[in-house]
Design a protein around this ligand. Sequence first.
Ligand SMILES: [Zn+2]
Length: 626
Amino acid sequence: MNLKDGLAEILSRCYQPRKEQKAWEWIEENCELPPESGAKLRGPIDTGVTAYTRGIYEAYADNAVRFLTLAKSAQVGGTTVLKNLVLWDIAHQPNPGIYYTATEKLAARFNDRELEPHFKYCKEVENLAVRERGKWKQLEKLFANGATIALRGSNSPSNLASIPALHVKLDEVDKWPDESEREAPAVQLAIARTKTYEDIRKVFIISTPTVENGVLWQYYLKGSQERYHVPCPFCEFRQELHFYYTKGKGGLWYPEDCRRSDGYWDLDLVRQETRYRCANCDGLIHNNRKLAMNSEGTWEKNNPHAPFDHRSFHISALYSPFETWGGIATVYLESKNVPGRMHDFDNNYRGMPYIRKATTILSKDIMAIVESSPKYERGQLPVKPRLITMTVDVQQENFWWTIRAWVRDRVSYLIDFGSAISYKDLDNIYRRLYEFEGSKYKVWKAMIDSGYSAKRRAGVYDWCLATRKNFFPARGVGKNAGLTDSWGERSIKHGGSSRRDGSSKSEGSTIVITYFEDDIYKEELYCRRIKERSEPRWYLPQDITHEYIDQLTDEHLVEKPSARGNVELVWERARNNHLGDCEKMQLVCGDMVSGYLNKPEPKAEDPDDHEIKPGLVVDTPPPGWS
Ligand SMILES: [Zn+2]
């Protein structure tokens, strides 16, 4: 082909008269979901299946609109919307475009799995593709009509600061990596790329929201905040679908008799029986009416103060053709009592940011435990213990300690607590005897905190060795410390010395340190044991002191969004929580000996018992904890 013919062909491709059609009509006529995209639906796009997307496509094609935000759950076809709009841009608005996602790796994967196959099945765009060396790369592509598309990861500042663009698409912004160390957030840098085209730019931000203060939700709130209203098949009342049922507002509903005889929900029955209950007529709408309702739906604005050029949309899995209402209800019932799962449910099913109720321990929470405990006084043993453990919190000036008696199933009783000045004091406390029905019992082991400061830590190790491991060191660590379980042990050498040339003079002694994940045990203590009073039972004496209560009510779980938009459990304390730390370590002890606690007790006439000094019963060591 000579140059003239070539040019003529390109020009004819570019200047074909375009028929009047809506964006979603063009998409239905020209776009397909290829088999390799892994999407649930394949073949030509039918926007009727996700009818709520039509209004979004229309908003995008509206010349007055500059910003679009889509807050979405999983399974509503969000990625497909993005891909179709990339194609639509190339065919209708031949200008530079950039697609941003969390990382460059994800951008490359999006290209290979989603975009490239999508191009191949869209004849109009494929005809424009300049598939030549240097003009068609994995992350940068040129089209004969002048359109370009670049794919970028948000995590490289140079990527964000490179080329100007008219169309910018920002995918899953709430999952972009931590950006706290940047001079400006990645989302702002990406939007800044459109400055050259300020009056005609098109910025589309899309994500499953994670937390309220996350990027996505903040942009959603700035825009028109549109919700999709669908008519009730019975009374035609138009309403937004939402998850939680309340009378007069509607919601997902399943009958009370979906419970089994033991009171738990029968999930199969819930899946079958769940209906959407109309806000107006209380009619029970079957899931199979959903598609028809969606096709009659309209987007309704909720923010009269939104700038005219920013439209924001929210859509949840309740509208999804890929989810049933019964399925969503069962996911909810499975999630609601599992830590962390409600966060996932709110994000991926309701399309809502997760709002965790902060936990604050009040003195009445402690008093409620005292009231529900067996009646015993501090210093008294109310049961025959299987084991007694002591925990010690190390401060610069002093020590704090607790002693707990353990019985089967990790049920435990606080026996005593207090502060001590010296290691000698600790030793005396450790040696105290506690009586139950004529027999005397003593502490089996004492766990001592070795995490306070490096100087004190060496002292703690020396003490542990001096007590011949009756005291053993433990340290709370963060979730990135590589523990595979909530606790674990590691041996170190302590007390060795080395010569100037680095060779060792003496090896030192081996000491085993118990590591535990701090946040897990804090949540276990403050949320599970104290706030929710869930099993295993955790008892307190009747004469608990104000000091104990103050120290146990000093820690608060507060919700903080991390820079990357995830929710973080952050424990905040105001004054001191040393006895709380001791009680937390007690729970670690309980986990360490749980196997031993559940073993059947030796019989009274056990011959071994006769060898024990009369009146002083010393527990046999639990295996693996010597
Ligand atoms: Zn109705």
